[in-house]
Ligand binder design. Structure first.
Ligand code: AHG
Ligand code: MN
Ligand code: MN
Length: 308
């Protein structure tokens, strides 16, 4: 009788890997929340919520709903003290009783402007020990993202490898890739921002990539764009400093740090072009930073062009 291949579920994997019970509970609850977000995306109202977020951007009903779903589930774990979200103006302190020894930063729905054109979007989560979440990303103890695409997949790292899970037809997340590791170089790149706004040094770097046969792969969704580089085992994503926005567009707490944590755990690098993303000491919740993230050689090449 051939051995039935028992696919490893998320919880069994986390326990098998010895992930701290509290941290595992948070990762698992976000996985549960993602199923409700999938449902909302498939059936819900894609219109505007009539409110705006801390960046002054109009929120889609889905942005707000995704935030509510994740916030409530994390509160229910009794493990989370502080909660900050791209969709909230301030840090939320959960009052519920419990062993609240973690704090969480979330972009509940990244790329929400892509939902109505049916392109892949995602959720990004970073987890710190303790209640302070305004600290450098190097202090993260875990990070994860969900890709809502043709398949719903979850990628996480708790500092001991990078793993991918896929939501199956029974609603379980099963292990589909383990110990994901980037090659030192790979010829795909995602160039965020408008060419007309590039600084001279960044423009020279992009021209170099083009002249050397790098394939342009850009969906406009940070999560699927990063996920592509991780699963193709390398390449480079950049959303650079632009002439009129020296800090680029992406948010340090909610987007860059969690992804930088994951990519570094997969053997890659994440830099502003001048310094390591995970070293930045955040002063405010809505801080932005330029980013070059992916395979070591491409990130180091970008640094060379930017510091010439
Ligand atoms: P969000 O939907 O959370 O505001 O993030 C969107 C971000 C990110 O997903 C993507 O990399 C970037 O916006 C794309 O920006 P452009 O539309 O300027 O390319
Ligand atoms: Mn975002
Ligand atoms: Mn968002």
């Amino acid at each position: 009788m051939p051995k039935r291949h028992v696919q490893k579920g998320l919880w069994n994997h986390l326990m098998h890997k010895g992930v701290d019970f509290g941290l595992a509970s948070i990762i698992y609850e976000v996985a549960v929340a993602s199923k409700y977000i999938v449902h909302a995306m498939r059936t819900g109202d894609l219109g505007l919520a009539g409110t705006s977020n801390l960046y002054g951007e109009e929120q889609l009903a889905l942005d707000v709903l995704a935030n509510e779903i994740i916030k409530d589930r994390l509160d229910h774990t009794g493990r989370v003290k502080s909660f900050a979200s791209e969709e909230l103006d301030d840090i939320l302190i959960f009052e519920r009783k419990g062993h609240k020894d973690y704090s969480v930063v979330v972009d509940p729905l990244d790329g929400s402007s892509l939902v109505d054109v049916n392109l892949a979007v995602g959720t990004i989560v970073g987890i710190f020990k303790g209640e302070n979440l305004l600290q450098p990303g190097k202090n993260l103890v875990g990070a994860m993202y969900i890709v809502y695409g043709p398949r719903t997949t979850l990628v996480y790292s708790a500092g001991n490898g990078v793993y991918e899970f896929t939501l199956n037809s029974l609603g379980e997340y099963v292990l589909t890739q383990e110990e994901i590791t980037l090659k030192d170089s790979n010829k795909i790149y995602s160039p965020g921002g408008l060419k007309k706004d590039y600084t001279e040094k960044h423009a020279k770097f992009i021209d170099f990539l083009e002249e050397n046969g790098y394939k342009l792969r850009y969906s406009g969704g940070f999560v699927p764009d990063i996920n592509q580089i991780l699963l193709k085992r390398g390449g480079l994503f950049t959303y650079p400093a632009l002439k009129n926005s020296p800090n680029g567009k992406l948010r340090l707490l909610f987007e860059l740090n969690p992804m930088a944590f994951i990519i570094e755990n997969a053997g890659g690098m994440a830099s502003t072009g001048k310094e390591r993303i995970l070293e930045i000491n955040p002063e405010k919740l809505d801080q932005r930073a330029p980013i070059y993230i992916g395979s070591k050689e491409e990130v180091q090449l970008a640094q060379k062009f930017l510091n010439e």
